[in-house]
Every structure is written in C-alpha cells, then in structure tokens.
Design a protein around this ligand. Structure first.
Ligand code: NAD
Ligand code: UDP
Length: 334
C-alpha cells in the first residue's frame, strides 16, 4: 500500500491553517502542525487530535529545535509538502510583535524552505496582498511590484512577506525547490477570534454587543473579502497543480468583490439586526486605500474562482459567532 503523504502545516492552529488541516485530513493526507499559538489556538485543531493522521508540534518556526521536532514527528512517512502560514496576520497583532513577525517571515521562511529542500517536498508560502502596499494599480495583478513604505509601521509585515517571497523564488531558481506562493487577499470566516482586530471580526463583535461600529478614517477605503472555504479551495488547487512556470511564481487567491468599509459596516449591522451606531476613529498610518485582486491567473491556470458572496459568507460567520455550542472563549456574551 502506498504511504500516506505527510504535509507539514506551519501556522496550522490559526484561522486559515486549521481549515486547511481539516481539508487535508479529509482527503487522506497525514498532517503535522507546527504552531507556537501566539495568535492561533490549539482548540482550532483539537478535534483532529484523535486522528492517527494528525500530529501537533508546539513550537516556533524560528527555532531549529522545533523544525527537528517536526522531522521527528513525520519520521516513517514521506514529507510531500511544507506549507508556511506561520505569521501574525491581523494589523494589531503584528504591530504588537514587530520583531517576531519579521523573524517568522525571514528566519522562519528559510527554515521551512530548507526543510522542504531536505525532503524534496513542495513548498507553499502564504503571502499576502499587503505586498502591493497602498497600490497605484487597480485591480492588482501579480505583475504589479507594489507601493510599500519600507519603514512605516506596517512594514514589519509587508516587508517580511516581500522578503519571504524573494527567499522562496531564490530557493526555486537557485536550489530547484518546487515552490508555490499564494498572495492571499482579506479572508474571513468561522474560527477568527472575536478580538483579532480585523475589520470583519470587529464589526460582527461590535454589532452583536450593540457597541458602536468603529470605522477608521472616512470608511471610503475598499477591501475584497474571501470566505475561508473558497480561500482553502484556492490554496489546495495551487498546492496540487503540477509543476509549471506559471504556478511557481506568485498567484493571487482572493475574491474580487470590492466593498468600502462603510458598506461592510452597513451589511454587518443589517445581517445581525443590530442597533449599533457608527463612530469614526483615526485611519491607521499607511492604511491602503484600495484593494481588489485580479484573479485571471488563478482562474486560467487552476480553474479556481470563489463562489461565496459577502452576504452569504458574513451570515455563516455570524452564525458561527452566535452558535453557543462552538467553543470560542472570546465570543460576545448573550
Ligand atoms: P492567524 O493569526 O489565525 O494564523 C497564524 C498562525 O501562525 C497562528 O496559529 C499563530 O499562532 C502561528 N504563528 C505565528 N507566528 C509563528 C511562529 N513564529 N512559529 C509558529 N507559529 C506561528 O492568521 P490567519 O489569518 O490564519 O493567517 C494565516 C497566514 O495567511 C498568515 O501567514 C497570513 O500572513 C496569511 N494571510 C492571511 C490573510 C487573511 O486575511 N486571513 C490575508 C493574507 C495573508
Ligand atoms: N478597519 C475599520 N475598523 C475596524 C478595523 C479595521 O475601519 O474596526 C478598516 C482598516 O482601517 C482597513 C480595513 O478596515 O482600512 C481592513 O482592515 P483589516 O485590519 O481587516 O485588514 P487590512 O488593513 O490588513 O486589509
């Protein structure tokens, strides 16, 4: 019988990572998660721990000892892929951990690329639309180089991801590692922490509590939101695509539906049936004004495009936040 392939998921106890683990286990992969739970939680993957196909290794991607523990946990199987999702992703979270975020993107990426190289495994980097910064090209295609302030507060995340993309492409060109880079656009859904600090969770949490909805700036800035099930479909399609030039370089994975922050606030208030008012707060420094992915490459090469629209995805996310049977320590009371 063929050995089940082992997929290493760094950051697998986080929001996107845990959904990805569910999908990989469902289809018969063995999964080894490496996570230090700085922004994720073991509870996101606890339901998988009964499975013999799942191993959780607590540790930091920056620590060589943690990488050795992953190799030990995978021993006896073939590591077929290494997925790097280990990084704080929410602006307040990465601003709270500037050096750790830079380390996860630099040293952490190198450790995981070397792990992939040692095992002749495919490597997938969870990069971000933040590599485009405050874009001067709209919508953003993969060819656009971006507009990032290298010393602004957000640079700890944006430049870490830009460096991790550079490192990934260098390992591909110089060392022949089979690499994939997903430029993930704003993704939301169940298992996000209510206190995560990102716009969708803030608005849902505030609407459920009846607290004022905090719009930063005038709320005319836009984002494009992808429901997590669609995002995971796109990541798996990119991971599974056989080697060819178009998928070794970055691919946008996001939903091109574009909304102003004001529109998102109004939609959340309506769907929750909330009486929350709106308050304006200062716009964070270097907050991008527009963001929308051009997903032609993913559509043509992977046959992927998202299917869940924002209202439907928000409804499912709100249902999860209000489902008392789901453990979420930070859920709004009542
Ligand atoms: P998340 O914070 O829920 O998940 C990140 C996970 O990585 C957490 O479980 C955290 O504990 C872990 N982690 C962080 N630093 C680590 C380290 N040094 N060592 C080991 N584990 C570490 O965030 P998410 O939204 O699930 O994002 C997952 C990945 O996708 C991140 O790399 C993020 O940059 C990328 N991404 C996410 C979005 C989005 O909208 N959610 C958009 C673009 C890119
Ligand atoms: N935002 C907001 N109110 C909030 C949280 C965020 O108006 O309570 C805005 C934020 O300024 C940004 C957009 O919503 O313009 C998306 O913010 P998020 O932190 O979710 O993601 P990112 O800025 O990384 O795209």
């Amino acid at each position: 019988m063929a050995e089940a392939s082992t997929v290493v998921v760094a950051g697998g106890a986080g929001f996107i990572g845990s959904h990805l683990c569910d999908r990989l286990i469902e289809r018969g992969d063995r999964v080894v998660v490496l996570d230090n739970c700085c922004t994720g939680r073991y509870g996101n993957v606890e339901h998988l721990d009964d499975s013999e196909a799942f191993v959780f290794v607590p540790g930091d991607v920056v620590d060589p000892g943690a990488i050795a523990a992953v190799e030990h946990a995978a021993a006896g199987g073939v590591i077929s892929a290494v997925l790097h999702l280990a990084s704080p992703a929410s602006p307040p979270e990465y601003l709270r951990r500037p050096l750790e975020t830079l380390d996860a993107g630099s040293t952490g990426t190198r450790h995981l690329l070397e792990l992939a190289e040692r095992h002749d495994a495919r490597f997938l980097l969870a990069s971000t639309s933040e590599v485009y910064g405050d874009p001067l090209v709209h919508p953003q295609t993969e060819q656009y180089w971006g507009n990032v302030n290298p010393i602004g507060p957000r640079s700890v995340y944006d430049e870490a991801k830009r460096f991790s993309e550079s490192l990934t492409v260098a390992f591909h060109r110089a060392r022949g590692v089979d690499t994939r880079t997903a430029r993930i656009f704003n993704t939301y859904g169940p298992r996000m922490r209510a206190a995560d600090g990102r716009v969708i969770t803030n608005f849902i949490d505030q609407a459920l509590r009846g607290d004022p909805i905090t719009i930063y700036g005038d709320g005319e800035q836009t984002r494009s939101f992808c429901f997590v099930d669609d995002e995971v479909d796109g990541l798996v399609a990119l991971l599974d695509e056989p080697v060819h030039a178009d998928v070794s370089l970055p691919v946008n994975i996001g939903n091109p539906g574009e909304y102003t922050v004001q529109e998102v606030a109004a939609l959340v208030v309506e769907l929750v049936g909330s009486s929350s008012s709106v308050v304006n707060r200062p716009l964070p420094e270097d907050d991008p004004r527009f963001r929308r992915p051009d997903i032609s490459l993913a559509a043509e090469r992977l046959g992927w495009s998202p299917t869940v629209d924002l209202s439907d995805g928000l409804r499912r996310t709100i249902d999860w936040f209000t489902d008392a049977s789901v453990p979420n320590a930070e859920r709004p009371a009542g």
